[in-house]
Write a protein of this length. Structure first.
Length: 355
């Protein structure tokens, strides 16, 4: 049994201006480059707009216009994308993979990534990129929950409130081990409740209200906005972007009863795939995503936080995002430990919830 002190390393509360960062360093090692003008991206959901107006939509269009390289895009849960890349190891299809932690670490441990240092990655804080250059964050982000502002006059504030009967079949969170945000539910519960055992005891109780599994977190926000469910998990970037077209969507951060609301960094981390069919094109795309223009558009278009610390966003979205997260305590998960023991934690969740 592991306690939160073993799994998570608390850091100071984040107040005022916000600077999340994450990026990849890397060097060398690539398969033979192809002359084909294409690059294939496997990515967790959240950065592509449902109406073609997301950060990926703008960045990919600009990249193709500048380089002539077309982006082929495949989307799914973080774990789902890693599993697909593992299955294709003998016939690699993806050039770049983008997932939330701990799945980028999992991709590395499974030998899916090759080292490469994108231009601009020197401006990414060390904790947000791999020391050996295997991955880097391209968009910074935080874990959170959403609620229906029309049906609930006030946002819930604690985990314990979610056990109330009014949330029966009106609450849903994405599947741990499959979705990055779903796995984040387990990580946050272990932090807030003080370890694996009390977290699983809580999630067992919460299961009475849970609608059921979902491989995709992005599909939950529309259900909340329509009032089909009242509460769901998510992340700040994705939900903030969705709220622009979903007026009933509100973002909140659960606390344990008597405690402070907490969150943790949950960045979109990108890596160059080992033996990628279009390695050179993958490198160019990583450089482009970390370029100044793309990074300045992270908040203005994507509703997220720039990965580069030298990019100081001042647009209206950036100001609103900073206010949203102000005063929320931020803890730092021990990702190496979580990567090593992820299967154990997910199995414990399955046992506790009967999933």
């Amino acid at each position: 049994m592991r306690t939160s002190s073993r799994i998570l390393k608390p850091i100071a509360a984040l107040t005022g201006s916000l600077a999340l960062a994450a990026t990849l360093t890397a060097c060398g090692g690539s398969s033979a480059a192809s002359d084909e003008k294409v690059v294939t991206v496997y990515s967790a959901d959240g950065l592509k707009g449902e109406k073609g107006d997301g950060w990926y939509d703008k960045v990919f269009a600009d990249f193709e216009k500048q380089t002539g390289i077309k982006v082929k895009y495949v989307e799914g849960g973080s774990g789902e994308m890693v599993q697909r890349a593992v299955r294709e190891k003998n016939n690699t299809q993806a050039d770049v993979i983008v997932t939330l932690p701990p799945f980028i670490q999992q991709a590395d441990s499974k030998g899916l990534l090759q080292a490469y240092t994108p231009k601009g990655s020197e401006q990414v804080d060390g904790g947000n990129k791999a020391a050996d250059g295997k991955w880097t964050s391209v968009v910074n982000n935080y874990f959170g929950f959403v609620y229906n502002k029309q049906r609930l006059k006030e946002a819930p504030t604690t985990w314990e409130q979610l056990l109330d009967g009014k949330f029966k079949n009106k609450l849903q969170y994405s599947t741990p081990g499959v979705a990055g945000d779903g796995t984040a539910v387990v990580i946050k519960a272990m932090n807030d409740f003080g370890g694996q055992e009390p977290a699983m005891e809580y999630l067992k109780k919460l299961q009475a209200n849970n609608v059921g599994p979902s491989s995709s977190t992005s599909k939950l926000a529309p259900k909340v906005d329509k009032g089909e469910i009242l509460v769901a998990n998510g992340d700040v970037q994705m939900n903030f972007a969705q709220s622009k077209s979903m007026p009933n969507l509100g973002i909140w951060f659960p606390a344990k009863d008597g405690g402070r609301p907490t969150t943790f960094a949950l960045p979109y981390a990108a890596g160059l795939v080992n033996k990628a069919p279009h390695t050179e094109n993958g490198k160019k795309l990583l450089d482009f995503m970390l370029g100044e223009q793309a990074q300045r558009e992270v908040s203005a278009i994507g509703g997220g936080f720039p990965a580069r610390k030298d990019i100081k966003a001042t647009d209206a979205n950036a100001i609103e995002l900073a206010e949203l997260i102000e005063g929320v305590e931020v803890f730092e998960p021990d990702w190496a430990d979580i990567d090593k023991n992820l299967t154990t934690y997910v199995d414990a969740w399955k046992t506790a919830t009967g999933s």
